[in-house]
Write a protein that binds this ligand. Structure first.
Ligand SMILES: Cc1cc2nc3c(=O)[nH]c(=O)nc-3n(C[C@H](O)[C@H](O)[C@H](O)COP(=O)(O)OP(=O)(O)OC[C@H]3O[C@@H](n4cnc5c(N)ncnc54)[C@H](O)[C@@H]3O)c2cc1C
Length: 419
């Protein structure tokens, strides 16, 4: 029986980083599947990028009651196959994973490692405007210059260590021996490292532990804005799809963060696309659209399994009095907001904070792992471990967290070997 030292589950940014750092004695199970995948009810932005034969989305679970779905990708690269590449780091006075890093200097140290691995443009304030008690700052979008991972290269470089398969469940057989069941095979390892994202990890845990009552995870709650451009040439425009970013600051705290897009035919469905293509130049001068996020607001998504059927529910949590209407202050700088549109649950794509209800109590994933005596054999290094995020896109922080946890893991293993 072949026993691997480490099996890493998931090939998104976190899984890939963990694998690269541990690769010597590790196996990466990418998440790809040969099964036919159901793609109804997928977010339009993602649907636009799907063609009929793709198997990019898997584990799609639909809630009839709340009319929303969650899904986990089955692709190398994970959700970064669809993402906007905004690569933010958070400042000391913003939320950063305090429970994990404890000190800001530790978080910063790990961000610096990520900066070297993944090169991006820095987010800088290029214009400030005061509007009564608010400050509106325009920022350059911090776009990542290199892809997070190159699938072709990964396959070439690590062919023998990649398994294009999906984990279904796992169980501890005996001390230091975990059995990992995939769609096609059974593997064995000493350490199982979960990096399948909160949705992927949740499904694996639900299939592995029949007495989990339910799982919860958090997501951002972005909204869409649409409007008219009434002030011309007041603002610097980036050449990218992301035209500009705005921070709206109230009482010295970030109340809203917004991204404005360039009118792009690829953002529209096949019927509108030809029309948008022809009139793109004119439309870009008249209309704008974008996304915005409000401080202290997030969605909580609950996943329950009942006789092999998954049930979903969700609610929006507003920890402060909601500041949504502040977005209209963009009117003062030439962006007349005509419409604010709510998105469905789970369309924030910043999934984090996986919590498990086990025997009537709610545990963070690492607490759960300890509770079921898997602390020395099962690890989670992705966003599932982060209890709270800031309102700007979080992937750089996820990667800093993965880096920090993998380094701790390496140190612990080498210390054990020395004993
Ligand atoms: C439209 C969109 C725009 C975004 N824009 C931005 C942005 O501008 N900036 C930003 O910071 N973030 C953005 N994000 C979020 C970003 O993509 C995620 O934060 C990031 O991909 C999370 O990385 P991850 O490794 O934790 O998980 P994921 O990317 O979700 O990867 C999970 C991996 O696990 C695999 N997997 C799942 N289940 C299993 C299983 N059972 N067995 C084995 N493998 C499994 C999957 O195949 C996948 O490879 C965006 C996301 C979307 C969808």
């Amino acid at each position: 029986m072949l026993v691997y030292s480490n099996i890493i589950v998931g090939s998104g940014p976190s899984g890939y980083l963990a694998f690269k750092k541990l690769n010597k004695k590790s196996l990466l199970i990418t998440g790809e599947t040969q099964k036919k995948i159901f793609t109804d009810n997928v977010h339009p932005k993602i649907k636009l990028k799907l063609n009929k034969k793709t198997n990019k989305i898997s584990d799609l679970i639909y809630s009839k009651k709340n009319n929303f779905s969650i899904y986990s990708t089955s692709e190398v690269g994970g959700l970064t196959n669809y993402w906007g590449k905004q690569f933010f780091d958070y400042k000391e006075n913003e939320y950063w994973p305090k429970k994990i890093f404890k000190k800001f200097t530790e978080y910063k140290k790990n961000l610096e490692i990520i900066n070297k691995l993944y090169v991006s443009i820095k987010s800088e304030v290029i214009k400030k405007t005061s509007v009564k008690n608010l400050l509106i700052n325009q920022l350059t979008p911090p776009i990542l210059k290199t892809p997070v991972l190159n699938k072709g290269l990964l396959k070439k470089e690590f062919k023998k260590k990649l398994v294009e398969d999906r984990v279904i469940s796992f169980k501890k057989i005996k001390k230091n021996l975990i059995e990992v069941i995939t769609e096609n095979k059974i593997f064995y390892c000493k350490n199982l490292i979960l990096c399948a994202g909160p949705i992927g990890n949740a499904l694996i845990l639900l299939r592995s532990f029949p007495n989990i009552n339910y799982l919860k995870f958090k997501d951002d709650n972005p909204r869409i804005i649409f409007g008219l451009i009434v002030g011309k040439k007041k603002y610097h425009h980036s050449k990218d799809t992301k035209l500009m970013d705005f921070d709206i600051i109230k009482n010295n705290r970030l109340a809203i963060y917004s991204t404005i897009y360039r009118v792009d035919p690829d953002h529209f469905n096949i019927y509108l696309k030809p029309f948008i293509k022809i009139f793109k130049k004119v439309l870009s001068k008249i209309f704008f659209y974008g996304q915005f996020w409000v401080s202290g607001e997030y969605n909580e998504i609950k996943l329950k399994k009942n006789n092999d059927i998954f049930h979903l529910s969700a609610k929006t949590i507003n920890s402060q009095k909601n500041n949504v209407s502040i977005i209209k202050k963009l009117n003062n700088i030439g962006f007349k907001v005509l419409k604010i549109i709510n998105l469905n649950f789970a369309y924030g794509f910043h999934y984090h904070c996986l919590q498990i209800n086990y025997k009537g109590k709610l545990y963070l994933i690492n607490e759960f792992i300890s509770k079921v005596n898997l602390k020395n054999n099962v690890f989670c290094f992705d966003s599932s471990v982060i209890d709270k995020i800031f309102l700007k896109p979080p992937t750089k922080t996820y990667l800093a967290t993965t880096n920090y946890l993998v380094e701790k893991f390496i140190k612990k293993n080498s210390d054990n070997l020395k004993l």
